[in-house]
Design a protein around this ligand. Structure first.
Ligand code: SAM
Length: 268
């Protein structure tokens, strides 16, 4: 894999959500727009032993990395001198926004603009994959999971956090959507300038609403269902080429919930 940044072809049907994701990351970075920080801290703690144990020249992929928040949190933890890090996201993220650039030795780091459902990465070439709140946005999910299983080497590990509706959807989503839509229409009627930020906010809220309509398989929105969903998630990963899947529901003090999935492929 080259040390330069690579651009892969992004399928047309992903264009809208990828532009929205980029804008969302850009404008709402400080507002938990990419999920609560506790999700990243948990991911870093779970993945750290595997990342630090790598003895040879091996590669770690941060899938659906966004601007690379994981590496800001991981900063204090060791990275083996010969390990390589690849961050990958389909959104257009400008170079200065790539947080990982400040936290990783540049010669060990590559960012790829690409689709998680069609990874430009060779079979069995990765030792560790981390993914915070992105795998369930790659559709269809079977494709996302089979790509993940394909690129991991035997004995490789993946650490994943999945969205639930209690994380994704603000309770006031419909109100906010109505408010931003009304404001845009009011401005358009008066032929006043509509700020890109307002347009992107409406688009991002629409994306979230679509996500709910599709109905996330990983959802745990109803109390009492979570054990069944936990088992379904485990079965899905185990039937897709992973030898072990440890699945649990975690939450932060503000009541946001997410699924944590720790995977191993072969080599047990
Ligand atoms: C909730 S954000 C999380 C970003 C980052 N992992 C973090 O925790 O800050 C989800 C990310 O998934 C990316 N994403 C969604 N679908 C994708 C796809 N098909 N391929 C690559 N990236 C995708 C989005 O662009 C977005 O940056």
């Amino acid at each position: 894999m080259s040390a330069t940044e690579t651009l892969t072809r992004i399928p047309e049907h992903l264009e809208f959500s990828r532009k929205t994701c980029a804008a969302y990351s850009y404008f709402f970075r400080d507002e938990e727009g990419d999920g609560p920080i506790e999700t990243v801290v948990s991911l870093a703690n779970r993945a750290a032993p595997s990342i630090q144990a790598l003895s040879e020249t091996e590669t770690i992929l941060d899938l659906c990395s966004g601007p690379g928040r994981f590496w800001t949190v991981y900063n204090g933890l060791a990275l083996q001198p010969k390990s390589r890090v690849v961050t990958l996201d389909f959104a257009e993220i400008r170079k200065p926004q790539l947080a990982a650039r400040q936290h990783l030795p540049l010669q060990q780091y590559t960012h790829i603009e690409g689709d998680g459902g069609n990874l430009p990465i060779a079979d069995g070439s990765l030792a560790v994959v981390v993914n915070n709140l992105g795998l369930d946005q790659i559709l269809p999910k079977e494709r996302a999971i089979s790509e993940l299983a394909r690129v991991l080497r035997p004995g490789g590990r993946a650490f994943i956090n999945l969205n639930t509706s209690r994380l994704m959807l603000p309770p006031d989503l419909e109100d906010r959507l109505a408010k931003t839509t009304k404001e845009i229409m009011r401005k358009e009627k008066k032929r006043a300038t509509v700020s890109p930020k307002l347009r992107f906010e409406r688009d991002a809220l629409l994306c979230k609403r679509n996500f709910r309509r599709q109905g996330s398989f990983f959802d745990a929105s109803v109390d009492g269902e979570s054990e069944t969903i936990q088992q379904q998630i485990e079965d899905l990963f185990v039937s897709s080429g992973f030898d072990s899947a440890v699945v649990r529901l975690n939450s932060n003090p503000r009541g946001k919930q997410w699924w944590e999935v720790d995977l191993q492929k072969g080599g047990i």
